[in-house]
Design a binder for this molecule. Sequence first.
Ligand SMILES: C[S@@+](CC[C@H](N)C(=O)[O-])C[C@H]1O[C@@H](n2cnc3c(N)ncnc32)[C@H](O)[C@@H]1O
Length: 235
Amino acid sequence: MDLARNKQNISHAVMSQRAEARDSLDNFPTPPWATRALLEHVIERGGYASHLTCLEPACGAGHMSKVLKEYFKDVRSADAFDYGYGHVEDFLSVKYSKGSWDWVITNPPFRLAEDFILEALPVARRGVAMLVRTVFIESVGRYERIFSQIPPTSVAQFVERVPMVKGRLDSKASTATGYAWIVWDKNYESSFTQMKWIPPCRKRLEKDGDYHEPLSSSYETSLDEETPTKADLLL
Ligand SMILES: C[S@@+](CC[C@H](N)C(=O)[O-])C[C@H]1O[C@@H](n2cnc3c(N)ncnc32)[C@H](O)[C@@H]1O
């Protein structure tokens, strides 16, 4: 490994503006505690998910799916790329029946997040929850195409940072990027979006073994932070 180059990457990790290739799969695994935060602080609180089903349509190596299985009765996992976990399918091409899963929950690839939301809404009987960078709720285009048409029931902003790095989990990573869960809960449909804050919970929701995973050589790995480019923000 080129140590000098690696050190430089580390020092730039926090503030760098990463220009992902247009065809990048955007493989940024979600730290398990951030998925637990959804079920503990935002939706189906109090164990209500235990009789419900869930689709994770961009599961990557399963870091979010494994946590969803802690809460839901049944979880289907799939991804367009074969990471050795779940089914291999392109969520935007495969057609799930209307209302076939109670919840559709994922951390979608940033550039396809809007398409994922529109694809997921009819598939979900109960609701859709997407983990997105907070900047996703900006942009005139997204306002016109999504937020003004189908306002989410809630936007739950993490008050702690949720560090994500490309291709792997890293308990020591830091980030300058804010994240939020955006939720469309069909039981509480309204024209108003509720703003929530997810209280500090990382310490409480992290479990032994969350970060102890063997690295597959097939993953793209780097210290890049998941940061949108200017073009992404203005879409
Ligand atoms: C930000 S990662 C999230 C992975 C996983 N959901 C997690 O939270 O750990 C986005 C994932 O979307 C997958 N992906 C990209 N385009 C896709 C598509 N059209 N259909 C299904 N999965 C896709 C990528 O391969 C990648 O695993």
